[in-house]
Design a binder for this molecule. Structure first.
Ligand code: SF4
Length: 285
């Protein structure tokens, strides 16, 4: 399938905005959000069945209208709840020379943890149930995998989809999988465990069975979804992360609603292994 054929649920768009990131931007509000932040300014974006259907090609046409557009902003809702479409939108934008900013209610650590968790939970290709091999890090861990028939989020009801995401995020928090990227990240906005060795990176393969046990039941869902999370993260230049927190809200924050939310330079963060906060390029020429 051509990525421009990918369809998704859209809440709305704002053309030529200057409030959702640097420069003049096309903001794409994606439908669906599990976070339920108190004081959310966009509650109509929460319902996964709300909004309207759109496609990457329709959005690409808007991106191609030219003008002084610097980039696109993926917001919502939470773009990480429709990650395949969001990653495709980011890829289309970059192909047109536009930069990409994304907002998410997940923290950067949760996203990294989810990607790692997905890789750890990759089921054997073609497995329908019974014995499965789960690949993790340098080793392989075997385990009984429960066949639950989750072929991907399109096979889930919205409630099941939301429950699965929250479950994965909770598992990821408990496992503190984001240690290597976030160990130097001094401000854990939502209490995500950040210090300590990664159980996946550090544990011997045969010790992973216990850790992987909670993943059983996520089946292809985790692997497919978090592969898309990874593509979306790698396609994003600036990530505004974390939930909106009303008690930390300030209208003075550039491009963020509350002070726990960080504008993360994704490229520098991945290159350095340390969360790097984006700063505008003020150089001349
Ligand atoms: S992440 Fe929070 S603020 Fe953003 S749409 Fe979802 S509930 Fe609202």
């Amino acid at each position: 399938m051509d990525i421009t054929d990918i369809r998704f649920r859209l809440s709305g768009i704002v053309k030529e905005t200057i409030v959702d990131g640097p420069g003049i931007r096309l903001s794409i509000y994606m439908q669906g959000c599990p976070h339920r932040c108190v004081g959310c300014h966009n509650p109509t974006t929460h319902d996964y069945g709300g909004g309207m259907e759109s496609s990457v090609s329709e959005m690409a046409a808007l991106m191609g209208e030219g003008g002084l557009l610097q980039g696109i902003t993926l917001t919502g809702g939470d773009p990480f709840m429709q990650p395949k479409a969001a990653a495709a939108l980011a890829k289309a934008a970059k192909g047109m020379g536009l930069d990409v900013m994304a907002y998410t209610g997940f923290t950067f650590g949760e996203i990294v943890a989810g990607i790692r968790l997905g890789k750890a939970c990759v089921p054997a290709v073609g497995r329908a149930g019974g014995e499965a091999q789960a690949e993790a890090g340098n080793g392989r861990a075997g385990g009984e995998a429960q066949a639950v028939g989750w072929a991907g989020h399109h096979g889930l009801t919205p409630a099941e989809y939301e429950e699965a995401f929250l479950r994965v995020a909770a598992l990821a928090k408990r496992a503190s999988l984001d240690a290597s990227v976030c160990a130097t990240d001094a401000v854990p906005p939502t209490g995500v465990g950040r210090i300590g060795p990664s159980p996946i990176a550090e544990a011997p393969a045969d010790a992973l069975g216990g850790f992987l046990a909670p993943c059983q039941g996520l089946d292809g869902f985790a692997a497919d979804t978090f592969r898309d999370w990874e593509a979306l993260l790698l396609g994003t230049g600036i990530l505004c992360d974390g939930p909106f927190m009303a008690d930390l809200a300030s209208p003075a924050l550039p491009f963020a609603g509350s002070s726990n939310q960080r504008l993360i330079d994704v490229g520098r963060t991945i290159a350095s292994g340390t969360v790097s906060i984006w700063a505008p390029d003020l150089s001349l020429g």
